[in-house]
Design a protein around this ligand. Structure first.
Ligand code: FAD
Length: 304
């Protein structure tokens, strides 16, 4: 099923992101993770596309296996910054030919030292327009959204205008960058509503369960860290088991609040840690079910 249809059918969509293992790591590693994730009944699983080509060759195969071997709807990420139209079509045809009809259309980041894209696309909107024109409704297209604004864009309003252009070009749903402060997400949702962005927006949640993640998150995406979160990091940074426990609790707390708000979806950045995903899913399992009852319908109108 296309993810556009999934959002039309379901009030609340719970999904996971996984990434392909490095070329030096056996591919089987990801299948062990998927064996565990399958039992958590995600509505779909997305597979990232490695920047710089290191793991990208593995993305299509894993996305296809998620769909055909695990019976879970699959979303293949695709970055365009270094791609040509021809390469892009080859990849999309391969995915469609093997049953994957959902693409997360991304720009990707410029490799270090490079100031302009080498390929045929400059921004994600160019990829979205190209895919929509070429494939029509044969694929469902997702896009990335940034509740705190994209790190390169100094003006959040401009960023929102670009987001609206991307949606107008043919995006069916959005998945957000991770964030740790739900209030910032709610403000973004309000602005998106005013801007006329009316596709479902899934909230990207990353449980921070180890020290290495922290620096990467802050430098790469510039997410704000609320005091409550910083306290946890300071207190437990050198106690791995406690940090994991606290990270799961923090992410759970965010999700409980987002569901109460009436969010259309949660996209859990699993970091390939199935045991972490399992604990979070178990913490919110009742809430997940109630989203499909009358309360969920109420929330639909209250929180969008
Ligand atoms: P765009 O929408 O093109 O935006 C990039 C920047 O350009 C923004 O600052 C925006 O304001 C500006 N902009 C947009 N349109 C215009 C325009 N018309 N004129 C001028 N400026 C414009 N990266 C990977 O390498 N692999 C992945 O698998 C991956 N998955 C991701 C999944 C999610 C949910 C998210 C949120 C991000 C993901 N990324 C991934 C990271 C993403 O590639 C980077 O954040 C990248 O810098 C921007 O990609 P984008 O698609 O948002 O770009």
């Amino acid at each position: 099923m296309k993810i556009k249809e999934l959002f039309e059918k379901k009030r609340f969509v719970f999904s996971f992101e996984i990434f392909p293992p490095k070329p030096t790591t056996p591919l089987e590693r990801i299948y062990n993770t998927l064996d565990e994730l399958k039992g958590l009944k995600p509505d779909f699983i997305s597979v990232t596309y490695g920047a710089g080509g290191s793991t990208r060759d593995r993305t299509p195969q894993i996305a296809i296996d998620v769909k055909n071997n695990y019976g879970i709807e699959s979303l293949a990420h695709l970055t365009c910054i270094e791609a040509t139209r021809e390469e892009t079509c080859d990849l999309i045809n391969f995915l469609i030919g093997n049953g994957v009809h959902n693409i997360l259309a991304l720009r990707g980041d410029l490799p270090q030292g490079q100031s302009a894209p080498k390929g045929d696309f400059r921004h994600a909107v160019d990829l979205v327009s190209f895919l929509r024109e070429k494939y029509g409704q044969a694929i469902s297209i997702g896009g990335a959204a940034y509740p705190e604004g994209h790190i390169e864009c100094e003006d959040p309003i401009k960023d929102l205008r670009y987001l609206k252009q991307k949606v107008d070009a043919g995006v069916d749903f959005l998945i957000t960058q991770l964030f740790f402060d739900n209030e910032l997400f709610y403000r973004f949702m309000e602005r998106a509503d005013i801007a006329g962005i009316n596709v479902p927006i899934s909230a990207g949640i990353m449980p921070v369960v180890n020290k290495n993640q922290i620096e990467r998150i802050v430098t790469l995406c510039g997410a704000s860290l609320p005091q409550k979160f910083v306290r946890i990091l300071h207190r437990y940074a050198d106690e791995p088991r406690s940090l994991e426990e606290a990270g799961i609790a923090y992410a759970t707390d965010q999700i409980v609040d987002l569901i109460a708000f009436g969010v259309r979806g949660i996209h859990l950045y699993t970091m390939n840690k199935a045991h972490v995903a399992r604990r979070i899913v178990s913490n919110v399992s009742t809430l997940r079910e109630t989203m499909h009852g009358p309360k969920g319908e109420e929330a639909l109108y209250e929180g969008r």
